[in-house]
Design a binder for this molecule. Structure first.
Ligand code: CP
Length: 465
């Protein structure tokens, strides 16, 4: 298996075949824990946690100890030289000189990608702000497969904070890849971000049915459904038929209810006043539609999941957490190359062939939580985007994956060094299609274009498309 030396930054970094191989190895490791000791003898894992963690840090560290490896650890954000203003890139290069693998949790979105770019050892994302948490997703998928045999065709409801819940962001893409139907049940004001829905539809195929946002959710028992996503039955073949009555569909119940806590540490002022956070408890789960529903939660919980469900056989959250050890043991062993496992691969419908946009001036990622927006990183970090759409021109940050639609465009080809030909135009003019991606220059504002010596062209003001 070719996981040796690879990074795991987003769940897209693993194919379905690789995820299944990790689970098979995790099964065999769980069956003979003492037999795994010594596999990672002589290896060192750096466990860098710049945000609080119980499960992810301790299960990674347990996994490495059970494999006979050593751990160096940061669990206090103030205890490293990042607190003195050191850049993440410098830290990554230094730690890669000490350890064979890096596991990192950081509050900035895209921080794990940045570490992976600069460290010459494998890097595993243990949660980067509200972006992704791919190894939690592995624990979630492993639990679904253990309990239900397969993920294909399952109906999974995501409940709670779908805006900042990074575990749901990774899980959404994984469920789509494995052919599950996703039922979005966000708390008010905590709907799934547009960039995630855009990526889901454009890269994973399938179809998203939206019910009109906050005020027009479809109600089915306790589920207040904001949107439903169905993956294609086969690549390029849409599964969703027009006119399906979702209320009827949902009355048949869901296979799992994936509950998340309000990520209050990431709230800006605007979420809190409008927020209602319903509680999942024994009374709610008495509903007929939930009779076979697994209750999942990445934990920690606060008030959104009642303790009265803990003894219920449908409660999966402690199993999800404990399964983190064999899953992370398998991942570490494969990534460090001390173990190999055969991968059975099937064609994937996921689109990955985007062209890149990289310039050290012009448009920047507009997500203030992105690692590229931070003072310590701006000094050296060149923004990078995938060109995910031409009309409207849409760029997706390679670090945090937020989308941006630049307002103005120019081409390196037009001016050929002559200042009088350095013209910019509106990005929604017809010219956007004429510029070759490698020549594209995108600006957020006229001021920015003019600061770089560009003058308004004929289509700088015009509204035409
Ligand atoms: N599920 C999870 O990430 O838990 P911790 O924050 O405790 O690591």
């Amino acid at each position: 298996m070719a996981l040796k030396g690879r990074d795991l930054v987003t769940i897209d970094d693993l194919t379905n075949g690789e995820i299944e191989a990790i689970f098979k190895l995790a099964d065999s490791m769980a069956d003979s824990m003492p037999g795994q000791y010594g596999l990672c003898r002589g290896k060192v894992m750096a466990s860098l946690f710049f945000e609080p963690s119980t499960r992810t840090r301790l299960s990674f560290e347990t996994a490495m100890h059970r494999l006979g490896g050593r751990v160096i650890s940061v669990s206090d954000p103030k205890s490293t030289s990042l607190a003195k203003g050191e850049s993440i890139a410098d830290m990554a290069r230094i730690v890669a000189g000490y350890a064979d693998i890096i596991v990192i949790r950081h509050p900035w979105e895209g921080a794990a990608r940045l570490v992976a770019d600069y460290a010459d050892v494998p890097v595993i994302n243990a949660g980067d702000g509200g972006h992704q948490h791919p190894t939690q997703t592995l624990c979630d998928l492993y639990t679904l497969i253990k309990e239900r045999g397969s993920i294909h065709g399952l109906k999974i409801a995501l409940w709670g904070d779908l805006k900042y819940g990074r575990t749901t962001h990774s899980l959404i893409f994984a469920l789509a890849k494995f052919g599950a139907t996703i039922v979005f049940c966000p708390s008010r004001g905590l709907e799934v971000p547009e960039n995630i829905l855009h990526k889901l539809v454009t890269e994973y195929g399938g179809e998203l049915e939206r019910f009109g946002g906050r005020e027009k959710k479809v109600k089915s028992g306790a589920l207040q459904v904001d949107a439903v996503y169905m993956t294609p039955g086969k690549p390029h073949q849409l599964a969703m038929m027009p006119g399906i009555d979702f209320e009827v569909e949902l009355k048949a119940g869901v296979d799992a209810l994936y509950v998340t806590r309000p990520q209050k540490e990431r709230f800006t002022g605007e979420e809190q006043p409008d927020n209602e956070f319903p509680v999942v408890d024994k009374k709610m789960m008495r509903g007929k539609q939930f009779s076979k529903t697994l209750v999942m939660h990445p934990l920690p919980r606060v008030d959104e999941l009642a303790y009265d469900l803990d003894a219920d056989p449908r409660a999966m959250y402690f199993k999800q957490a404990s399964r983190g050890v064999p899953v992370r043991m398998a991942l570490l062993a494969l990534t460090l190359g001390v173990k190999e496992f055969p991968v059975i691969e099937e064609p994937s419908p996921v689109r990955t062939d985007y062209l890149m946009y990289e310039r050290d001036y012009g448009v920047k990622c507009n997500n203030p939580r992105c690692v590229t927006a931070q003072e310590s990183e701006k000094k050296y970090l060149k923004p990078g985007f995938k060109i995910v759409n031409r009309e409207p021109l849409t760029l997706r940050c390679v670090y945090c994956e937020h989308g941006t639609e630049p307002k103005f465009i120019a081409s390196t080809e037009w001016h050929e060094g002559r200042v009088e030909h350095k013209k910019y135009h509106r990005a929604n003019s017809h010219l956007v299609k004429k510029i070759r991606p490698e020549n594209l220059i995108a600006f957020d504002s006229e001021k920015e274009a003019e600061e770089h010596g560009y003058k308004p062209g004929y289509y700088a003001k015009a509204k035409e498309k």
